[in-house]
Design a protein around this ligand. Structure first.
Ligand SMILES: [Fe+2]
Length: 449
């Protein structure tokens, strides 16, 4: 995505996905109940258009707002979260769709006549990636609300039938040799808008010395996590840290499933699991399906991942260990952004909401890192043991709130999920989530202690 036509195509693709998500919801479904982990879909559409208008159209055209007076409504750092649900504050669906279309068409018109400077390219990419971040959050909102899956994700819904019994078994660890590894992306690069595009929290890059460590080749599977559940792992305080015990007893207000009442008891399994007539089932959007033991466990909080590790005698990787295992960049290695090499190849990973069913944890071998770690990009954001903090030399980017509001309170997750855009993700990407969140598409892998 470097040339004018590629940018236009990428903008159009993101716009059409946003439209498809909004238009797939009838009026009743658009009136979503308040939930702290999601946004009303129409507000989200207006917000993404506002981002493009603010960072592209206004500097390019020096013209007043398309929807006068509404900047504070669309700006997520002005409007209170609860107010995004207020019909007296947020315009209706038709007005928002008109606004999205007006912004989209104006951006395309500008692109058709304007030579793209590196700064323009950077801003366009930023706007496209921002749209993709909201597409993922709209998809997890559909999961939270028990709505149908995203309309652009192809059927069928059938469970895979031919998986071998052992498909979920942990295929063991790989050893990452001690060494000096490169982390992050260059802060100052003449190629900042193209090969070195990165968000502020990924910059500047640096070298870190890591001792040898062993990390699991795959994500933790449903089958492996089920053993923890059936060993009454949620009931045994031994495995839970102070923060984890607080989470268990508080029953995290933001944990996501709006389709069922919050139980009075602390959780005893992942949020979308239930046991029915002796068999475990998992809610996948609007359907309850048999739990697939071979696919990765998703929708577990940091505290659940940590407790599982304690029970299994394992630990979560630090974010530096994760990035070393995924990319293995040394002091002199070329710019490798993906486990398999320098260029994105979406066919090697579970990305772009291209499939509804997760692969088994040991599928997609073509996406292995050079150490043999599998599905490090796509499938599930992966919890790391690391708090989300700025790198030394951090400088805030054009969008000051992209990272700064999460520093210190959130955990770093890595790798992107099945619903993340392949154009957005790379090995250095850092996504911040609060540790109690399990409504989002998070899973984890483990390290030997
Ligand atoms: Fe946003």
């Amino acid at each position: 995505m470097q040339t004018q036509p590629e940018i236009e195509q990428a903008l159009d693709h993101a716009y059409r996905r946003l439209l498809a998500l909004i238009e797939s919801l009838d009026d009743a479904r658009l009136r979503v109940p308040y939930h702290p982990g999601i946004n009303p879909p129409v507000w989200e559409g207006g917000h993404t258009a506002f981002f493009l208008e603010t960072f592209l159209l206004r500097p390019w055209l020096a013209r007043p707002p398309i929807m006068p007076g509404l900047d504070p409504v669309w700006d997520s750092f002005d409007i209170d979260h609860e107010d995004r649900w207020r019909p007296d504050v947020v315009p209706g669906k038709a007005a928002i769709l008109d606004y999205m279309r007006a912004v989209h068409e104006s951006v395309l018109e500008c692109l058709a006549t304007r030579p793209l400077t590196p700064q323009d390219l950077y801003l366009c990419k930023y706007g496209i990636f921002h749209q993709h971040m909201h597409i993922e959050s709209m998809i997890w909102a559909c999961q939270t609300l028990g709505y149908a899956p995203p309309p652009f994700t192809p059927p069928p819904f059938a469970q895979p039938t031919a998986r071998p019994e052992t498909a979920g078994a942990a295929p063991g660890d790989v050893t990452i040799p001690a060494g000096r590894y490169r982390i992050g992306m260059p802060a100052d690069s003449p190629d900042f808008a193209a090969a070195h595009f990165a968000f502020d929290c990924e910059k500047p890059d640096f070298l870190v010395d890591l001792p040898e460590f062993a990390i699991s080749r795959t994500l933790v599977s449903n089958g492996a996590f089920l053993e923890f559940v059936e060993a009454e792992g949620y009931r045994n305080e031994t495995w839970w840290s102070w923060g984890g015990r607080k989470w268990l007893s508080a029953r995290a207000a933001a944990d996501g499933d709006a389709t069922r009442q919050a139980p009075a008891a602390p959780p005893d399994a992942p949020i979308y699991w239930k046991r029915e007539e002796g068999a475990w089932r998992q809610r996948h959007f609007d359907r309850w399906l048999p739990l697939d033991p071979a696919s990765p466990v998703l929708h577990v909080s940091y505290w659940e991942a940590e407790a599982y590790c304690n029970w299994a005698g394992r630990r979560l990787p630090t974010e530096f260990e994760w990035e070393a295992a995924a990319l293995g960049r040394g002091p002199d290695s070329p710019a490798q952004l993906y486990p398999w090499g320098a260029g994105m190849d979406a066919g090697r990973a579970d990305l772009d909401a291209a499939a509804l069913h997760r692969p088994a944890v040991n599928d997609l071998a073509a996406g292995d890192s050079r150490f043999g770690c599998r599905q490090m990009l796509g499938t599930a954001w992966e919890w790391t043991a690391s708090p989300f903090l700025p790198y030394d030399g951090f400088r805030v980017d054009m969008y000051p709130y992209m990272s700064t509001l999460q520093f210190g309170t959130h955990r770093t997750t890595k790798g992107g999920s099945w619903a993340t855009a392949s154009s957005l993700i790379r090995g250095s990407y850092r996504q911040a989530y609060l540790p109690e969140r399990r409504d989002v598409f998070v899973g984890f892998r483990t390290c030997a202690r």
